[in-house]
Write a new protein. Structure first.
Length: 695
């Protein structure tokens, strides 16, 4: 979590701190810039810094042995500085310190446990032993608290390899924003293959379309004794060499353009880095394979020309292969149209999540994270001082605000026979007004009612529904497991999305218990002079954390930040879609050019006989537009399946309206027509005399 580090009166809030035990670095090997991982945590109160944090505090000097105070209470000695770790590492923390506090309960799962296995150990067999071993201690804890449990109440423990953690992290909550999304990786892998597929189709189409230009060469080589195998080898070699050259250039361009790509898509991808050898060989291998697959069909087409016909220029346009070429053109637009449909739904889903009624009001709520352990306690004591500031309507302290992850606590319901683990929020009077949450029945918590701060609760509608609370819910006896006395439900709030719309609303309980410490101060302001109110708040904050700046954010910005990864994904998909359409249009443009050139005399004759420009343009365009329409029909079910799969990641999602598919099909037809119309109009407006004089 978050903490305050102080060195020689220089104070710095650090967001990502982690606590580790003395053996952590003996199991997890990480690179050190200064210090030694085997000894860095030996002895009490040691501190390990990341390279970036060390430079921020100490500049370029070696800080080993320096003293830093943590949260104004504990002196820690710097014993190591870590070197930079790759972006896919789950160890994204700015500093590591020893366990200054920990949960004593087996029923709490607040720490990550790392296990180094012997070389001969079978992880799956070990899992079978770990589960009953740990659950035995959990059962003893339940028994000591007189909590009735069944076999279904105990978890099944799993082992997970570090190498898979970045993308396979279900159930592992210590990754924060560094967790990768396997769906995104799969999607962009398919995007890459589709782009290569479309580019390969372009090569096949244009190579076979222009085959007549090399027909005399083939005839002469055959007359000179060249075999079909030799011709195929020659043309395949040409294609593979072109692909390898293109692959080499692509590697250089990718490395040069990656910073720009990262800036556009807000990512931190690394291409070559230190793995130059292992990156070059696979990429060049793929380039070789692409060249081979793209060149096979054109090579066999060229090698089948008959020498006599080619030397007499009787090859024509290889009309027997026109259908295959049309199939290839249609397949390009199948991918392009599918991309258009999917990207429209992606942007609509993101807009839906941002525009959806969340059940609370995020506007003009200032969120201030606690810097020190007693910060929120001071805020509660000086609440009247904050409320006296013009424009401030309410002030509350809380363990969580919408968008922040809430812990789950075990609960006992009088007369219930199950294990209940709702999400829990500790706060006080005014939380409902500050957040704009609506009460369904009962009342909200009151600071002046002692029972509210001990064991009375406010719950949400999902709590009532999921746990089968019969009406009336007000007065129902519940308590935290292990608590001595039952409290009661005093209020029910309407469901609100305290997490993003990717996940369903969970059962939630709200309690005014002052301990554990609250971590946020939330202030509702109702004024247009936001900057003036913030200045007044900052002045008042000096009574809370003297000498420290007031770090704040607005709740609406924080909540929408949860969708940042989906926005980056949508932006990346948009560029991929545009690139796909561009490559498909390049191929279509080339074929339209070739078609117009081959039908030049026909166009001239039609113009002489009175055909209008629009009639000629329609003549040259209709076959291609028909192919695009067929591609739309084929692409629709594929796009529907892809979109349905993507939307399953969201608990609340848009409907798949038919007009999106129609719009995508219309857009594809317009794009295709715009691509071929240049050549069509150019051919239609050319001088018929020049066309008829052409050899």
């Amino acid at each position: 979590g978050r903490g305050l580090l102080e060195h020689r009166k220089n104070k710095l809030f650090v967001e990502n701190l982690a606590m580790i035990d003395s053996s952590f670095l003996q199991i997890i090997e990480v690179p050190f810039l200064y210090g030694n991982g085997l000894t860095a945590m030996n002895g009490p109160n040691k501190l390990i810094l990341s390279k970036a944090l060390s430079q921020k505090i100490f500049g370029g000097m070696n800080p080993i042995g320096e003293t830093i105070q943590f949260d104004g209470e504990t002196d820690l000695t710097v014993s190591g500085v870590l070197n930079d770790l790759p972006g896919n590492s789950h160890l994204f923390y700015d500093a590591y310190l020893p366990f200054l506090w920990t949960s004593p309960y087996w029923t709490g799962n607040n720490q990550a446990t790392y296990v180094k296995l012997q070389a001969s150990a079978d992880p799956r067999a070990l899992e079978q032993k770990i589960t009953p071993h740990i659950n035995e201690f959990i059962a003893q804890e339940y028994a000591s608290e007189n909590i009735p449990v069944s076999a279904d109440d105990f978890p099944t423990w799993k082992l997970q390899t570090l190498s898979s953690m970045h993308l396979d992290h279900k159930g592992f909550s210590h990754l924060g924003s560094n967790a990768g999304n396997p769906m995104f990786v799969k999607v962009f892998t398919w995007v890459a293959f589709l782009l290569l597929f479309i580019a390969g189709i372009n090569y096949i189409n244009l190579s076979t379309a222009l085959a007549t230009q090399r027909s005399k060469e083939v005839g002469i080589r055959k007359v000179s004794g060249a075999t079909k195998t030799q011709l195929v080898s020659q043309f395949l070699t040409e294609t593979v060499v072109k692909s390898l050259v293109a692959g080499t250039v692509a590697i250089l361009l990718a490395e040069l353009l990656l910073p720009t790509f990262n800036a556009i898509t807000e990512r931190q991808l690394v291409f070559l880095g230190g793995n130059l050898y292992w990156m070059l060989l696979p990429i060049l291998g793929v380039a070789f394979l692409i060249g081979l697959l793209s060149g096979i069909y054109p090579a066999f087409v060229l090698s089948t020309f008959e020498p006599i016909k080619t030397l007499k220029s009787e090859v024509g346009s290889i009309s027997g292969r026109q259908y295959f070429r049309k199939i290839l053109v249609a397949s390009q637009f199948v991918a392009s149209i599918a991309f258009i449909i999917v990207i429209i739904f992606i942007f609509r889903q993101i807009h839906f999540m941002q525009a959806q009624d969340l059940g609370f009001n995020t506007e003009q709520v200032v969120v201030i994270p606690s810097g020190l352990g007693n910060t929120c306690e001071k805020v509660d004591q000086l609440k009247s001082e904050f409320l006296s500031i013009p424009g401030v309507s309410s002030v509350i302290t809380t363990t969580g605000v919408p968008g922040a992850r809430l812990p789950d606590w075990e609960l006992t319901i009088e007369g219930g026979d199950g294990r209940y683990t709702p999400d829990v929020l500790f706060t006080g009077e005014g939380y409902d007004k500050t957040m704009g949450i609506q009460l369904k029945e009962g009342r909200f918590l009151k600071d002046n009612i002692i029972a509210d701060s001990v064991n009375n609760f406010v719950v949400n509608e999902t709590f009532i529904r999921k746990y089968g609370i019969e009406d009336p819910a007000i007065g129902k006896k519940i308590k935290f497991s292990g608590a001595e006395e039952f409290g009661q439900i005093v209020g029910v709030v309407k469901d609100f999305h305290y997490r993003n719309l990717s996940v369903p609303i969970n059962p939630l309980i709200i309690n005014a218990r002052p301990n554990p410490s609250r971590w946020y101060t939330a202030i509702k302001i109702t004024t247009t002079d936001i900057s003036g109110t913030l200045q007044s708040l900052e002045q008042q904050w000096q009574h809370i954390e003297p000498g420290l700046p007031m770090e704040y954010s607005f709740l609406d910005d924080d909540f929408n930040a949860q969708y940042a990864e989906h926005k980056r994904f949508a932006k990346s998909m948009l560029y991929a879609t545009l690139l796909t359409i561009f490559i498909a249009c390049l191929g279509l443009f080339g074929l339209a050019t070739f078609s117009a050139q081959k039908r030049k005399k026909e166009i001239g004759i039609r113009r002489v006989l009175g055909a209008t420009i629009s009639q000629v343009v329609l003549l040259l365009s209709k076959d291609f537009l028909l192919l695009v329409f067929i591609a739309f029909v084929i692409a629709t079910p594929f796009a529907w399946m892809a979109t349905s799969t993507w939307l399953t990641d969201f608990a609340y999602r848009i409907s798949m309206d038919w007009w999106v598919f129609a719009l995508a099909g219309l857009a594809a037809i317009v794009i295709a027509f715009a691509t071929i119309s240049f050549q069509s109009i150019r051919a239609a407006t050319s001088n018929p005399v020049d066309s008829l004089h052409t050899d």
